[in-house]
Design a protein around this ligand. Structure first.
Ligand code: NAD
Length: 272
């Protein structure tokens, strides 16, 4: 059984790997013996994550990269190939939301500036497409690879307020299926593309929506989420790791083009 989930020596490239969820994914893959490349705009934090992994006996490098700049991604790809010689796993983790693309009691949908929607679409969708072009080409040439896109529960059950984010993550789901088919029909039957859709994880991206900045108490929205999560808690980054290892390993060798919710039952619950 262990063989099915074995990723020893596989090279994993993780964008947004310095962030809260993806740094945990990097640690999880590192513990399973994968060689990690953390790509992030935040070089200092990426280095800290890489050092933490190596201090625990793993193998990791930090590479500064901007997922919105193809040239920067190509430079990062060259560093990864020079260091490890291969790319087996790509995790498109860089993503997020912006207050200016989020409605509130005092900020109407009609007033959202186009730049804010554009910003959220660029970071979540375009960043994933560009990174898949650069690292997916390496996989296409070799005829092998696994890609994991990071979607969100907001893509499956559009959430109030986060209009830019919900629509951009829905586009990620469509892209995941599209890319899975495209690789198989045009390049190799041994390339898979799937996505994770995390539910509610309390992180920097959504803290302003879920907890009151002044008091730290849950907002009305935070309480609503809890009331609609049958498992009764927010996710913690560690909750993602088991599903991630399954999807990047041979354990899921015939799973392709899907989006897996990790949400404590949120999507399953009608509230009644
Ligand atoms: P985070 O803000 O902690 O991490 C995001 C990382 O991406 C940061 O390290 C940031 O420096 C990096 N980044 C931002 N722009 C970049 C760019 N242009 N190029 C390279 N790196 C860039 O976010 P997180 O909460 O850990 O979220 C990680 C992923 O999970 C995102 O795609 C997010 O949308 C998704 N997600 C988060 C939640 C949640 O509850 N936090 C839920 C569902 C999905």
């Amino acid at each position: 059984m262990d063989e099915l989930f074995d990723i020893t020596g596989k090279v994993s490239v993780i964008t947004g790997g310095a962030g809260i969820l993806c740094s945990e994914m990097a640690r999880g893959l590192g513990k399973k013996g994968s060689k990690i490349a953390i790509l992030d705009l935040n070089e200092e934090q990426a280095k800290a994550v890489a050092e933490e992994i190596t201090s625990h006996g793993g193998t990791a490098i930090a590479v500064k990269a901007d997922v919105l700049d193809k040239n920067s991604l190509e430079k990062a790809r060259d560093v990864v190939l020079q260091t490890y010689g291969e790319v087996d796993i790509l995790i498109n983790g860089a993503g997020g939301n912006k207050k200016e693309a989020t409605t509130s009691d005092t900020f109407e949908f009609f007033d959202i500036p186009p730049e804010a929607i554009q910003w959220v679409f660029n970071l979540n969708l375009l960043g994933t497409v560009l990174t898949t072009q650069v690292f997916g080409e390496v996989m296409a040439k070799r005829g092998e690879g696994v890609i994991i896109n990071i979607s969100s529960m907001a893509s499956l059950r559009p959430l109030t307020r986060v209009i830019g984010y919900s629509t951009a993550k829905a586009a990620i789901n469509n892209f995941t299926a599209w890319m899975a088919v495209h690789f198989n029909l045009n390049y190799s039957k041994n390339i898979r593309v799937n996505a994770l859709a995390p539910g509610f994880f309390l992180t920097d991206q959504n803290r302003f929506l879920l907890t009151d900045e002044a008091t730290g108490e849950p907002t009305k929205r935070g309480r609503q989420i809890m009331d609609h999560t049958p498992m009764g808690r927010y996710g913690v980054p560690e909750d993602l790791i088991g599903t991630l290892i399954w999807l990047v390993s041979d354990a899921s060798q015939f799973v392709n083009g899907i989006v897996v919710p990790i949400d404590g039952g949120f999507a399953a619950y009608s509230g009644v």
